[in-house]
Design a protein around this ligand. Sequence first.
Ligand code: SAH
Ligand code: F3S
Length: 435
Amino acid sequence: MKVLLKTFGCQQNDHDSRVAESLLGKAGYQLTDHVNRADVIIFNTCSVRQHAEERVFGQLTQLKPVKKKKPGLLIGVMGCMVENYREKFFADFPHVDFLIGTRSVRELPRAIERAGAERKKVMELAKSGFGYELYEYAKLDGEIHAYLPVMTGCDKVCSFCVVPYVRGREISRAPEEILDEIRRLADGGIKHVTLIGQNVNSYGNRPGTGMPFARLLREAAGIDGIEKIGFTTSHPQDAGEELFLAIRDHAKISRRFHLPLQSGSDKILKKMRRGHTLAEYCDKINRLRELVPDISITTDMIVGFPEETGEDYELSRQAMKEIQFDGAFIFKYSPRSHTIAAKWKDDVSSAEKDRRVNELLRLQRGITKSRNERLIGQTCRVMIEGMSKKSGQEVSARTWQEKKVVFRGEASEMGSIVTVRLKELSSETFRAERV
Ligand code: SAH
Ligand code: F3S
């Protein structure tokens, strides 16, 4: 049986899909990229913004005629949209055969089997837990990077965000378990690990779960064979001195720090329930830049949140100009069911949201360019990640700021660390030469 698994959304979903593929492989399934060759089609879905859900609804609708032609085809949905809509999926899309919630990934092979053998709708929705063990992810030969979930869920209540609803309450994995898993990955040839969670800084916050995140990071950085260790995502309220000092002290820790700001207006930040002001955010990143001068800071911004006036928006624009992020994801607000903000009037017009998002995108493109241009001429360490897609004679690598670099090299060099001089910039990729 051949399975097509398509992933939408964040790194957590990416990783869940990798675990799903690994479990499917063990159960005897093969993976395919072709809709026409697939016996099973699964969408691993995201609910964080309306646009993400619309794409899935659209693609599910397109599968209707496919299933009509091939009635034996099984169609399944997993991930956040399953938690968000549950049985409603079967009502709206009767050609869907099975649903797997965010905490039930392990049930996937059995759900496919049951949906096929018993010809009935199957839904697996666990209320808590991770849905799989760390070791259930099997790395592929030649891979050098792995995501590793250290916690799941989120106990914050940002008023726009559906994640606490679809991913549940925060749970942290035991530190020994995580560190053992990193050692196992390193033994298998993994050189770069990204620790993931909705809010990694609150790792271990609940009594009984071990150590603060900064300590976990230090211990992980001490593991032989691991050359680079990143983490995402951080929340400004919980990120602080201890974490910044860990980054400063360990050259292995990635120099890209993603810290969502969301808005430059204190009024909006308060309505978003982010728990900090713009000034507090700036104090944190100024301190981080002081301790780790080569840090690259990226962010998320939302435009068109309820009651965001022209002045509030202007404060966001000013904040981005002043802070000079290395990169930013900019989103148009969309109301999400089960959130606090969904009860408020979505009062910024779609045209105005478009205008704001485009203006901020343009602004950030310029800032990213000028920050990158300043790096030209510098030498830096990079890790080779594979061959460049554009040229058979060049490899693609990343700096510790996670900036993309290409230069001459060979496939056999994957995973090695070399020093290069950055020569020129084309869009956001540097061309470089070895030194
Ligand atoms: N802590 C999470 C955040 C998840 S959501 C993480 O691991 O990344 C990712 C980003 O989507 C948020 O930072 C926010 O900028 C944006 N976002 C979330 N809900 C949104 C909504 N309702 N409308 C628009 N953007 C939203
Ligand atoms: Fe969402 Fe805020 Fe948690 S953005 S994931 S509720 S920190």
